[in-house]
Design a protein around this ligand. Structure first.
Ligand code: ATP
Length: 369
């Protein structure tokens, strides 16, 4: 049973590079927490500090009730799974899984019991005598998990454990890891740069950029209520469309104007812009691809809120179609139903769902509504 607490954690590498800046987070016991963000944002550095593989420059790190800043990795009661599995090639699956326990001088019969139990959970029972080179990528990954499981740690740390697998296997392993979390009921801290992995696995997600936490929330909240443009753009694929818009207050109504499109905001959104003093200012309108509609019933009832554009790319991806176009100098994507009649070169009208738009401050890039 252990949560992990990070208070004002900073990491400056010896060359002076600040990789993690004032990181504050309470990770709850049994939580499946994800660090996600672009390459170089400090995810692995943070995880490695928790593991004890990287020195903490300043701040306080607790696992359970113990401050562990100066505790050796092996005494932290954690187990780490890396992206390259780090299996010993000359040892069998059984020996690989037993290795950590042997080092700890656990009695042989107990090791046997623990390895067999983990092998059962991970469906590795038939493979215990094989060497890693005789295993598939997914099987190797399961052995790496098994090696972590047998140690029965308080906290699992996983650094991009699926990144060496092909897309199909990654999908399967995602489900396996999710089941494993439910079964083991332990805290998992998981690093990935893949937002699909983050959204499907995490009970909470920490979005990082340039060493700084951008937002900590459930997957759904991050998607529906991103706190700034970075999070809005990072979570969601294809990504949210952003357009510069001029805000105008007329009588009691608030309008956003972009080119020939004039969009009246719903009341709650309008109030936020009025209260923030945005009349006459340029803001950024954000709209997800699925909230742009090309169906005639939407477009006909949209009055001034439709935007007209020439389709540059038509992309059929099975259950949906992506239509890429340019509007007012910005590349945009709409996600529409496969029955759409639109094709490359067509002029198409799209209606925006005003209830679904996001509005950001152009200078601070923070969400206004
Ligand atoms: P990726 O997804 O590419 O693994 P990441 O978010 O895990 O990225 P980190 O590995 O934590 O990023 O690195 C954060 C930043 O710190 C990067 O800019 C990296 O170049 C820098 N960095 C990492 N290790 C060192 C080091 N030993 N010395 C100096 N800078 C480092």
């Amino acid at each position: 049973m252990a949560g992990v607490s990070l208070k004002h954690i900073c990491k400056t590498y010896p060359n002076g590079f600040e990789a993690v800046k004032d990181f504050n987070l309470e990770i709850k016991d049994k939580e499946f927490l994800i660090f996600v963000g672009p390459s170089g944002c400090g995810k692995s550095t943070t995880l490695r500090m928790i593991a004890g593989l990287e020195e903490i420059t300043s701040g306080e790190l607790k696992i359970g009730d113990t401050v562990v800043n100066d505790v050796e990795p092996k005494d932290r009661d954690i187990a780490m799974v890396f992206q390259n599995y780090a299996l010993y090639p000359h040892m069998t699956v059984y020996e690989n899984m037993a290795f950590g326990l042997k080092l700890r001088k656990v009695p042989k019969d107990q090791i046997d019991k623990m390895v067999k139990e983990a092998a059962k959970i991970l469906d590795l029972e038939q493979l215990l005598d094989r060497k890693p080179k005789a295993l598939s990528g997914g099987q190797r990954q399961r052995v790496a998990m098994g090696r972590a499981i047998v140690c029965n740690p308080k906290v699992f740390l996983m650094d991009e454990p699926l990144s060496n697998l092909d897309a199909k296997l990654r999908g399967q392993m995602r489900i396996e890891i999710s089941k494993l979390h439910q079964r083991l009921e332990t805290t998992i801290i998981y690093v990935t740069h893949d937002q699909t992995e983050a959204m499907t696995l995490g009970t909470r997600i920490v979005v990082m950029n340039a060493g700084v936490i951008q937002q900590v929330d459930t997957p759904q909240k991050l998607y529906e209520e991103p706190g700034n443009m970075f999070v809005a753009g990072f979570i969601g694929s294809p990504q949210m469309n952003f357009l510069d818009a001029v805000c105008q207050v007329e009588d009691d109504d608030v309008y956003l104007t972009i080119g020939e499109m004039k969009l009246r905001l719903p009341e709650t959104k309008a109030e936020k812009l009025k209260a923030g003093g945005y009349d006459g200012k340029t803001v950024v309108l954000g709209i997800r691809p699925e909230d742009l509609h090309d169906e005639s019933e939407f477009v006909e009832s949209s009055q001034g809120t439709a935007l007209k554009a020439k389709i540059r790319v038509y992309e059929m991806v099975g259950a949906e179609v992506f239509l890429c176009f340019e509007y007012e100098g910005t590349n945009m994507t709409a996600r529409v139903a496969p029955k759409t009649a639109a094709r490359t070169g067509d002029i198409v009208k799209f209606a925006l769902d005003a209830d679904k738009i996001h509005v950001f401050d152009k200078d601070t890039e923070k969400t206004i509504t």
